[in-house]
Design a protein around this ligand. Structure first.
Ligand code: IPE
Ligand code: IPE
Ligand code: MG
Length: 247
């Protein structure tokens, strides 16, 4: 309640989105299997949730498994699915106590019953929390999101003229969050890889070479400093006064 009355510092993003990339390379450098990198990636995620909450960030959305990651070798995919179960049983209590509300965004139909119920457990156990919302994009793709939103709108029988950007947004997987202000990708690649195609229209982008298992407070603060120095114009002109109506 009090939180909503406090004026948010505009230099701190309300919503940070992260493509957590580089786990495989981090493991390879240590002559370890890729899943070793993913395990350390979970620890980096828990660290980052904590750091974001401490800095007053209200929403954190992370890309954990893309619609395209099914193309990976079977042992890596099944290792990632098992890791969901391990991560939920290891960290759910801690995150719940720290005021984290967990939401899963993505197509749940293709994942196993065990993974689905672990996600359901995480959502149910944290639904009452308000400090920070952690949205985990799992079996998520930006194109999938746009298509599923259109399908839901059509299924409701909306007429074409009833559909505008705000209405379609209500059907998108992240309708519970404002658009991301800051979009970070670790791992050195400078691409979106089908993450929040709709929602990131005006996000500030930060790409870092840091591999995800090494991400922590220092890298987050560097991205936040970069964000604070940006001028967001949303297509407008800086410091423009609204045009006075001509008589
Ligand atoms: C990101 O790390 C995690 C997932 C896609 C699940 P990667 O596994 O893509 O790591 P790199 O990019 O191969 O190093
Ligand atoms: C994006 O990373 C997906 C996640 C981090 C979950 P990828 O490693 O799958 O992306 P590409 O293949 O480099 O574009
Ligand atoms: Mg990658």
């Amino acid at each position: 309640m009090l939180k909503s009355l406090v004026q948010q510092d505009p230099r701190i993003p309300r919503h940070v989105a992260i493509v957590m990339d580089g786990n495989g390379r981090w493991a390879k450098r240590r002559f370890m299997p890729r899943i070793f990198g993913h395990k350390h990636g979970v620890d980096a995620l828990v660290r980052t949730v904590q750091a974001c909450a401490d800095r007053g960030i209200e929403y954190l959305t992370v890309f954990a498994f893309s619609s395209e990651n099914w193309k990976r070798p079977n042992d890596e995919v099944s290792g990632l699915m098992s890791l969901v179960l391990v991560a939920v049983s290891k960290y759910l209590t801690k995150l719940e106590k720290e005021g984290v509300r967990i939401r899963i965004v993505g197509d749940r139909n293709a994942v196993s019953e065990r993974v689905r119920s672990a996600w359901q457990q995480a959502e149910n156990a944290t639904a009452h929390n308000t400090r920070i919302t952690l949205s985990v994009a799992f079996n998520y793709g930006g194109r999938w999101d746009i298509v599923q939103a259109c399908r839901r709108a059509l299924a409701l029988g909306l007429r074409p003229e009833e559909l505008d950007e705000a209405r379609l947004n209500q059907f998108m997987a992240l309708s519970h969050a404002p658009d991301p202000d800051l979009f970070i990708r670790t791992g050195g690649e400078m691409r979106i890889s089908n993450f929040l195609l709709w929602q990131a229209a005006y996000s500030e982008l930060v790409f870092t070479d840091c591999l995800w298992p090494e991400f922590g407070e220092a890298e987050l603060d560097a991205a936040l400093r970069s964000y604070a120095s940006r001028e967001r114009r949303f297509g407008g002109v800086p410091d423009a006064q609204p045009q006075a109506l001509q008589a």
